[in-house]
Write a protein that binds this ligand. Structure first.
Ligand code: CAA
Length: 390
């Protein structure tokens, strides 16, 4: 069909708390510039005790269902690598919190930081089958590594929600994609752990290798060439990773771009993630929101999306910004989400990081801390409780 399909609305949410990475640098006795400029991260979002992937997802998606209604949404997909249950999909909790209709499918997707891209592609295929339907795709994650590990400064949390529809107001997706899958162990989280394990240097090499191979596949499949692309949105575990990846792409695409040009084209997509930290599945879509919110006049511009999930799967696809998109953005709300966070100190952060999930069947209410619309109310009988914030 020739009906364009893509992103009709997009919104992101983050946590109520924030930690300046200088705090971690001071505790570790290292130069904060290693974080601020070496990895390109200034702050990271930290979840309050009543925030998790479900509340972040519902907070990101609420403005979308309020604007567009719920009637045409017959599928909600939650993409996450920080699942809160081994069986039940986080999407089912989110479905209730958002007040979606009972005649709707709800499912969770997993493949490290990549799965939201799979969700977006599957959603586009579903809309192509029935252009009257809309699919709600939500990427949501809380990135957690061990204290004192190399990954500690690359934690963070956030969610991005997208309404996938025919005749989209913001981005029309182009059908050709480039793919790459390889079974490797660069980053993973065994079932018994609530922090991820990572081989940092291996993971950077794996990311670059996967993007290179997905790019070559995209070119063989007939995707637009490097020179036909105006902006690039990368998965951003830390923002300098996007810069490294883009320089690598410039080399393999044999494109003539200076470092200054490379940085200029990427910079608007790095602004939000520098403050949020790694949000895994959400990070490339928060990069898109950052680009849309921070560049004027993107009408008709082509954006390439370079998605990577450790383990690993990569996918590269493109989309074209739709005329009139700017009146559909939520720039003020996104600025408020970032500026509204409360700064915490190291002692507070350490206490939160040390907290573990109770494993008994007793009642464990969560204190009310969040400034969001939804909260995790605690655990009772091993069941997670969620509610709209009173
Ligand atoms: N001022 C400025 N820059 C400084 C500096 C200073 N004082 N001190 C160091 N730097 C620079 C270093 O030169 C280095 O830059 P280059 O890479 O350009 O040489 C940079 O800061 C980082 O320094 P190190 O390499 O020494 O840092 P590290 O080894 O302690 O940690 C890391 C870096 C491995 C990325 C670590 O943060 C990590 O393990 N993060 C988690 C894994 C990760 O994010 N991997 C990314 C690919 S995997 C993926 O994308 C999936 C996912 O989401 C996890």
């Amino acid at each position: 069909s020739s009906t364009p399909i893509g992103i009709h609305d997009i919104s992101f949410a983050t946590t109520s708390l924030v930690l300046d990475l200088g705090v971690i640098a001071t505790r570790m006795g290292i130069d904060p510039q290693k974080y601020y400029s070496g990895i390109g991260q200034v702050e990271m979002s930290v979840p309050a005790r009543d925030e998790d992937i479900v509340t972040l997802a519902a907070n990101a998606a609420l403005p979308i269902v309020e604007r567009h209604g719920r009637d045409r949404i017959r599928t909600v997909i939650v993409a996450t690598e920080t699942g809160i249950d081994q069986s039940k999909a986080a999407a089912v909790y989110v479905h209730r919190l958002l007040g979606l209709g009972e005649n709707c499918r709800a499912v969770e997707f997993k493949q490290a930081c990549y799965s939201a891209t799979a969700a977006l592609q599957f959603a586009a295929a579903m809309v192509q089958r029935d252009p009257q339907q809309q699919v709600l795709v939500i990427a949501t994650d809380v990135a957690r590594y061990d204290l004192q590990s190399s990954g500690e400064p690359t934690q963070g949390a956030g969610a991005a929600a997208m309404l996938v529809a025919a005749d989209p107001a913001i981005i029309a997706l182009e059908p050709v994609t480039g793919l790459y899958t390889e079974d490797i162990m660069d980053f993973w989280r065994p079932n018994h752990r609530d922090t991820a394990l990572v081989d940092g240097k291996t993971s950077i090499r794996a990311y670059l290798h996967a993007i290179e191979h997905a790019w070559q596949d995209a070119q063989r499949q007939g995707a637009p060439g490097f020179e036909q692309i105006d902006y690039f949105c990368y998965h951003q575990p830390f923002t300098v990773m996007a810069v490294k990846a883009h320089r690598h792409l410039v080399k393999i695409a044999a494109a003539a771009a200076s470092s200054a040009q490379v940085d200029a084209v990427l910079e608007p997509s790095l602004i939000y993630n520098r403050q949020v930290g790694n949000s895994y599945t959400a990070s490339m879509y928060i990069a898109l929101v950052s680009l849309l919110d921070n560049v004027a006049q993107l009408d008709g511009k082509r954006i390439a999306f370079l998605s990577y999930g450790s383990g690993c799967v990569a996918e590269i696809f493109t989309g074209v910004v739709q005329p009139g998109y700017a009146s559909h953005l939520r720039t003020a709300a996104h600025a408020a989400a970032l500026q509204g966070r409360t700064a915490i100190d190291d002692a507070d952060y350490l206490a939160r990081h040390a907290q573990t999930q109770p494993t008994d069947a007793g009642a464990h209410p969560a204190p009310h801390e969040t400034t969001g619309h939804f909260r995790y109310a605690g655990l009772s009988g091993n069941k997670r409780l969620y509610e709209a914030t009173p």
